[in-house]
Design a protein around this ligand. Structure first.
Ligand SMILES: *[C@@H]1O[C@H](CO)[C@@H](O)[C@H](O)[C@H]1NC(C)=O
Ligand SMILES: *[C@@H]1O[C@H](CO)[C@@H](O)[C@H](O)[C@H]1NC(C)=O
Ligand SMILES: *[C@@H]1O[C@H](CO)[C@@H](O)[C@H](O)[C@H]1NC(C)=O
Ligand SMILES: *[C@@H]1O[C@H](CO)[C@@H](O)[C@H](O)[C@H]1NC(C)=O
Ligand SMILES: *[C@@H]1O[C@H](CO)[C@@H](O)[C@H](O)[C@H]1NC(C)=O
Ligand SMILES: CC(=O)N[C@H]1CO[C@H](CO)[C@@H](O)[C@@H]1O
Ligand SMILES: [Zn+2]
Ligand SMILES: [Zn+2]
Length: 454
């Protein structure tokens, strides 16, 4: 009888109420242009009537940054913490910047986040544009690490880890529910970073990461990884942001811990595009999902050979299991930029509800893995992914076969050779489908330019 009652009670309780669910905001790539109303240093085209909330050709005016943070507060103030993945400085040439200038921007955004989310920690990481000179992150201590470490010490909330940050721009903290957050400085591995070119383990972060994952396993802690630049290949432009030796090393460290079920998720920025990937265990079963947040800046790149797509400002709210760190769902909010400018008012709306839009139960690795299997067969799901990539800009061009194949391969293939063979398997035999030379030149040129861009 007792057993019957217990069983009946258990079936009566919805599964979710057994979980301890919390919320996280993920915001990234604000890219503040302090000259938006004057010199428009970040703008890639002449903009004669700049909108009050910004322009697709430019980085963010202050109003857009302030407004996005206020909207986060309005939509959901009671989050457990925020994840802020860097690139706060505009796409502005070093000659118009300085350490002091960059620190001024950092202080203003940090203050705004603290004002809107008092007593809520933000787990923040640095983006390649945040350094001065741009991209040249030091493998040792530096003035920037020290000054930002001071600014963020309340959030890091651990003297030893603040010191760690001051010596390399990365740190490890524990949330109040016991999750381990590893805030990495992946800018050390960026192809545009010239000072770390010849090093095997810049700032000792690889050894540190390996050690952190070992310790977490020993202590039975679950880990959330966060950083600005993601490893692997950004699709469909097919760029590997890390130097390939660093990418290899990074992936190998993850791989050596992937069967432990320690790492539950990774959150990155830098792409200025919404996207996801899956990391697999050595037996090929899905291990954890990786999510790339859309940027607040609407800025589109423009280079001699290519122009980037416009994209709307986006922010995202993640529901997760507080004890396991497992993400449950992702709600992405956005504004239609031209409409907001025309109305003199922003209207932050739900862009999409991840589980609802894709028809899945949750955003665990197995669920997303199944989704990617459906995407192989169902082109409309790829189109949906592609539309969300640029935060629902209207009139965005269609994703052609090449684009589709890149997206599908990028979900699981994070090394260039594996990615290319995957693409070949979709397009037919590698030997019969030869790419014409001009495409190869264009792609490598784009790569070169891209590296200096995001
Ligand atoms: C930061 O805020 C202060 C005070 O509002 C302002 O004077 C300063 O210009 C801001 N800094 C930047 C880089 O916009
Ligand atoms: C900082 O750490 C102390 C002691 O561990 C804790 O009581 C406090 O809540 C933490 N503050 C934040 C903002 O996490
Ligand atoms: C890296 O090594 C190359 C070749 O030895 C050298 O020319 C270059 O100056 C080195 N770069 C740095 C940042 O030390
Ligand atoms: C928006 O503001 C500008 C300048 O303040 C004004 O000229 C314009 O009429 C306003 N537009 C609307 C739709 O309120
Ligand atoms: C998101 O979609 C799920 C169904 O997948 C639904 O249960 C949930 O209420 C939705 N959340 C919001 C905020 O719309
Ligand atoms: C002054 C200092 O600490 N220099 C170190 C900077 O980082 C490189 C590479 O990690 C070390 O070799 C230097 O000793
Ligand atoms: Zn970046
Ligand atoms: Zn960026």
């Amino acid at each position: 009888m007792k057993l019957m009652v217990v069983l009946m009670c258990m079936t009566a309780i919805p599964v979710n109420s057994l979980q301890n669910i919390g919320w996280i905001w993920h915001v990234t790539d604000f890219h503040y242009d302090f000259s938006y109303w004057s010199d428009q240093f970040s703008c890639n085209n002449e903009v004669t009537s700049p909108g009050i909330y910004g322009d697709y050709w430019c980085d963010s005016p202050w109003l857009l940054i302030k407004d996005s943070i206020e909207s986060m507060k309005e939509i959901r103030p009671d989050v457990d913490f925020l994840i802020w993945t860097g690139d706060n400085i505009g796409h502005i040439h070093d000659e118009h910047l300085s350490i002091d200038q960059n620190m001024d921007t950092f202080r203003n955004i940090t203050n705004e986040l603290k004002r809107q989310f008092p007593n809520i920690p933000t787990y923040a990481t640095l983006g390649n544009h945040d350094y001065y000179p741009s991209d040249q992150f030091s493998p040792n201590t530096s003035e920037i690490y020290q000054r930002i470490g001071e600014m963020w010490k309340d959030w890091i909330n651990d003297t030893e880890q603040v010191e760690q940050f001051k010596n390399g721009g990365f740190y490890s903290v524990k949330t109040k529910y016991g999750l381990r957050i590893l805030g990495l400085n992946t800018n050390l591995y960026y192809t545009s970073n010239k000072v770390t070119t010849n090093l095997t383990d810049p700032a000792g972060q690889f050894a540190w990461l390996d050690q952190q994952l070992t310790t977490a396993k020993t202590n039975n802690e679950k880990v959330i990884i966060t950083a600005h630049i993601p490893p692997g290949i950004h699709t469909p432009s097919n760029v590997l942001w890390f130097r390939s030796n660093f990418n290899e090393r990074f992936l190998n460290i993850i791989k050596s811990h992937v069967n432990d079920d320690t790492i539950k998720v990774a959150y990155y920025g830098h792409n200025h595009a919404d996207g996801f990937k899956i990391v697999y265990k050595t037996d090929g079963t899905p291990a954890f999902p990786v999510f790339n947040g859309p940027s607040v800046t609407p800025w589109r790149y423009k280079i001699p050979v290519a122009t980037g797509p416009p994209h709307n400002p986006g922010i995202r709210l993640i529901s997760y299991d507080r004890t396991t760190g497992q993400p449950i769902n992702i709600l992405t909010y956005y504004i239609n930029l031209p409409e907001s400018n025309a109305n003199n008012k922003t209207d932050w709306k739900l862009e999409y509800n991840f589980t609802h839009a894709y028809g899945i139960d949750d955003v665990t690795a197995p669920s997303i893995h199944k989704l990617t299997e459906r995407m192989v067969k169902d082109r409309s799901l790829v189109d949906m992914y592609y539309k969300y990539k640029d935060v629902s800009v209207t009139n965005s061009p269609a994703c052609d076969d090449n684009c589709r194949n890149s997206i599908l391969c990028g979900f699981s293939k994070s090394k260039m050779d594996e990615f290319n063979s995957c693409k070949d398997s979709y397009t037919g035999s590698a030997n019969t489908v030869l790419k014409p030379a001009p495409v190869i030149i264009t792609t490598s040129m784009c790569l070169m330019y891209f590296m200096h861009m995001k």
